[in-house]
Design a protein around this ligand. Structure first.
Ligand SMILES: *[C@@H]1O[C@H](CO)[C@@H](O)[C@H](O)[C@H]1NC(C)=O
Ligand SMILES: *[C@@H]1O[C@H](CO)[C@@H](O)[C@H](O)[C@H]1NC(C)=O
Length: 220
C-alpha cells in the first residue's frame, strides 16, 4: 500500500514538473577545464530558471566544500554540497548532498551528487543527480545546470542557477553567465531574480530536507 501511494505521489509529481517535450538537450556542455577546489565556498543564487515556472523560495545559497559533517561515513566522499533557502518566506531549510570526487585527471565541470534520505522508503533513499557547471570565473559568477528526463511521459525538466560570490550580481557577470545558455534558448527574460534581502525567517529547520531544484524523485 505504501509503495502504491509513493508511486502515485511521484507519478503525479512527474506530470507537474516535467513540462518540456522530449529528452534533455544535447547541446549543453559542462565546462571542460574546471577546477573543483577553486569553486569551493559560498555561492548566492542571484537568478534562476526553473522550466516548470515554480517559485517556492528565496535566499538560496549553495556551499560546496570539504566539511566535517555529522553524517560523514568513512569511505564516503568528504566533499559536500549544502543548498539552503527560505521557503515561502517562513522556513529556513537546507539539503546536503555528497559530491563524488572527479576521477583523477578529470577536469570536467560535470558533478555527480548523491542525496540520502534515511527515513524514506527503500527505492527513494538514495537519489543521484548531475550538477553541471557550464561556466564560471570562480571569483564572481557561475552558471550551474541540471536536467532530468522522464521516459514515462517523454518530457524533461531544467533548472539553472546563476550564481554569484556576492549577494548580488553585476550586469557584466550576468551576461557572461548567460552566454553558456544561448544554445538552449534561456535568455535574460526567462530568468527570475532571487531575493536575497529578507533572509531571516521565523523558523529554522535543523535536519536536511529534499532539494527543490531536482524534481525527479524516483527513476521512472
Ligand atoms: C547548511 O547551510 C545552512 C545555511 O548556511 C546552515 O544553517 C546549516 O547548518 C548547514 N548544514 C550543515 C550540515 O553544515
Ligand atoms: C521571493 O521574493 C520576491 C521578491 O521580494 C517576492 O515577491 C516573493 O513573494 C518571494 N517568494 C517567496 C516564495 O518567498
Amino acid at each position: 500500500m505504501i509503495k502504491l501511494i509513493v508511486f502515485l505521489f511521484s507519478f503525479c509529481g512527474v506530470y507537474g514538473y516535467f513540462t518540456l517535450p522530449g529528452k534533455c538537450p544535447t547541446n549543453v556542455a559542462a565546462k571542460d577545464d574546471f577546477r573543483l577546489e577553486d569553486f569551493y565556498g559560498k555561492w548566492y543564487q542571484a537568478y534562476f530558471y526553473s522550466s516548470d515556472g515554480q517559485r517556492k523560495n528565496n535566499c538560496s545559497v549553495i556551499e560546496l566544500g570539504i566539511e566535517p559533517f555529522e553524517s560523514y561515513k568513512s569511505g564516503a566522499s568528504p566533499i559536500h554540497l549544502n543548498q539552503s533557502r527560505v521557503d515561502r518566506g517562513l522556513f529556513h531549510r537546507y539539503s546536503i548532498a555528497t559530491v563524488r570526487p572527479p576521477a583523477s585527471g578529470s577536469v570536467s565541470g560535470s558533478l555527480e551528487l548523491e542525496y540520502t534520505f534515511k527515513n524514506a522508503p527503500r527505492r527513494l533513499m538514495t537519489r543521484n543527480y548531475k550538477l553541471e557547471i557550464l561556466a564560471t570565473n570562480y571569483n564572481f559568477y557561475a552558471t550551474a545546470y541540471t536536467c532530468q528526463y522522464s521516459p514515462l511521459i517523454d518530457k524533461h525538466y531544467i533548472y539553472v542557477w546563476i550564481l554569484s560570490r556576492k549577494s548580488s550580481l553585476n550586469d557584466v557577470s550576468k551576461e557572461l553567465a548567460l552566454k553558456s545558455l544561448k544554445n538552449i534558448g534561456i535568455n535574460e527574460e526567462k530568468l527570475v531574480k532571487d531575493d536575497q534581502t529578507k533572509c531571516s525567517p521565523k523558523y529554522y529547520e535543523d535536519t536536511p530536507t529534499e532539494p527543490t531544484t531536482f524534481r525527479y524523485s524516483v527513476p521512472i
